[in-house]
Design a protein around this ligand. Structure first.
Ligand code: G1P
Length: 293
């Protein structure tokens, strides 16, 4: 059993749903309370034991690289002013030297293509894939639960959750087979099924553990839904020769790729903070009475 040491974060997306906010800054750097979206996802990976963080970026995304670098002047100023709490918090989130890699997806050809761009950095070992639009909250992180399942089952592991059947056409959907350990066998997968044709309401929520053989498949993957090179289509082909397991994640997920999900994430994470809960509750109660007025 080869350990999952590396994680890939595809962060090349244009963020058109957040214009004008994303005209000059990447959508992954929008803040949920006081941390950028990408920080939540990297922290989830670290909590699951990931040791190397691979970012597939694009034009105008350099600030993500800066975010995970040491800010010497800032650290020095905080130290001189005795702001050791803030300094310690920043240091705790800081990847160690050599723990990050960055490559570029030069053209927006789809998620499958973005993942393929990481092939040299991943090499010949299993890897985690985390889509940074989705941020999660639960007792134990989604990826940690997947790693635990993977260490028993091997193969490939895809996290799923239930969605409103009317929303199934927006996602990758899996069909559930026999239960295996903490997961189940995936018997079918489809990317963005036409309305009314989805095999279940279990949608792929943006967390994967994949074997490196996916890269050779992605190399010649034809365009699928939306005219893009789809990861789900490549996983269907990988499933012909390898095991594909579903992990039913039961925590909370916020789709920060949509304005509604982003606002919900801000409220939900603020309400979990001891220093913010009361004020946010009272502001929400006050605004609830006036929002339509
Ligand atoms: C991607 C995947 C899809 C998955 C979704 C989760 O789609 O292709 O299978 O359900 O992420 O957010 P996208 O959101 O990039 O259209």
């Amino acid at each position: 059993m080869r350990k999952v040491r590396k994680a890939v974060f595809p962060v090349a997306g244009l963020g058109t749903r957040f214009l004008p906010a994303t005209k000059a800054i990447p959508k992954e750097m929008l803040t949920v309370v006081d941390r950028p979206v990408i920080q939540y996802v990297v922290d989830e990976a670290r909590e699951a034991g990931i040791e190397h963080f691979i970012f597939v970026t694009g034009r105008n995304k350099a600030v993500i690289e800066d975010h995970f670098d040491i800010q010497f002047e800032l650290y020095d100023t905080l130290a001189q002013r005795g702001k050791t709490d803030q300094l310690d918090r920043l240091r705790a989130l800081q990847p160690a030297p050599g723990q990050t890699s960055f490559t570029r997806q030069q053209e927006p050809l789809g998620l499958g293509h973005a993942v393929w761009c990481a092939r040299e950095l991943v090499g010949d070992e299993p890897f985690a894939l985390l889509l940074p639009d989705m941020i999660m909250h639960s007792q134990e992180s989604c990826l940690k639960g997947m790693v635990d399942l993977y260490e028993e089952s091997g193969g490939n592991v895809v996290a799923v959750q239930e969605c409103d059947p009317a929303e199934a056409h927006k996602y990758g959907i899996v069909a559930k087979g026999a239960e295996v350990g903490g997961g189940f066998e995936i018997t079918a997968m489809v990317e963005k099924p036409a309305r009314g044709t989805a095999p279940s309401n279990l949608y792929i929520n943006g967390r994967y553990i994949l074997q490196p053989e996916i890269f050779a498949i992605l190399e010649n993957q034809e365009r699928g839904a939306g005219g893009e090179i789809q990861l789900t289509d490549a996983m269907i082909r990988l499933g012909e020769t390898q095991k594909m397991f579903g992990f039913h994640y039961r925590g909370d997920t916020y789709d920060c790729g949509s304005p509604e999900g982003f606002v919900e994430a801000n409220l939900a994470f603020a309400l979990r903070r001891d220093d913010l809960r009361e004020v946010v509750e009272s502001v929400m109660a006050r605004l609830a009475g006036t929002s339509r007025g």
